[in-house]
Design a protein around this ligand. Structure first.
Ligand SMILES: [Zn+2]
Length: 145
């Protein structure tokens, strides 16, 4: 199912961990509008700016997937409500440009530059968006570990 011109529902449901452990990660229909909002207001504008496909590292997470030891998502993760997406960055310089673009041109609830470990210089961009009451909270260097 297409969510917008360049994004498909399957990109939000795909998860290596879910496949490996046989965890159902289908998005409930009630959450589709949240994903469409992310596509229309965040991902499509970013794609237009980037001029290249945007790769989703992690989109929707069913509660079973979110709380799996390999994922260790937070109890209130917006990935469980279809309100958050993790964006893969091709390299740090490009990732920093994308981060600034999102910060300056898109609505969001939280925008986070996340590193997998303290020593890592790679990162991904977590961005969330709600229907209303968005906090516009920016966290530029969160270490996941
Ligand atoms: Zn995330």
């Amino acid at each position: 199912m297409k969510l917008s011109a360049h994004f498909d529902l399957s990109e939000f449901e795909r998860s290596a961990t879910a496949s490996r452990y046989g965890i159902d990660n289908q998005v409930p229909p009630s959450l589709i509008p949240n994903l469409r909002r992310l596509c229309d207001q965040v991902l499509e504008p970013l794609r237009a700016y980037a001029g290249r496909p945007i790769v989703i590292n992690s989109g929707y997470r069913s509660p079973l997937l979110n709380f799996h030891p390999k994922v260790r998502g937070s109890a209130r993760s917006q990935h469980m409500t279809g309100e958050a997406v993790d964006i893969r960055v091709p390299d740090s310089a490009t990732g920093n440009r994308w981060f600034l673009f999102l910060m300056n041109h898109c609505p969001f609830d939280q925008l986070i530059r996340e590193r997998p470990t303290r020593d890592s210089d790679t990162f991904w961009i977590h961005v969330s968006l709600k229907a209303s009451d968005n906090r516009r909270q920016v966290i530029s260097n969160l270490i996941k570990d």
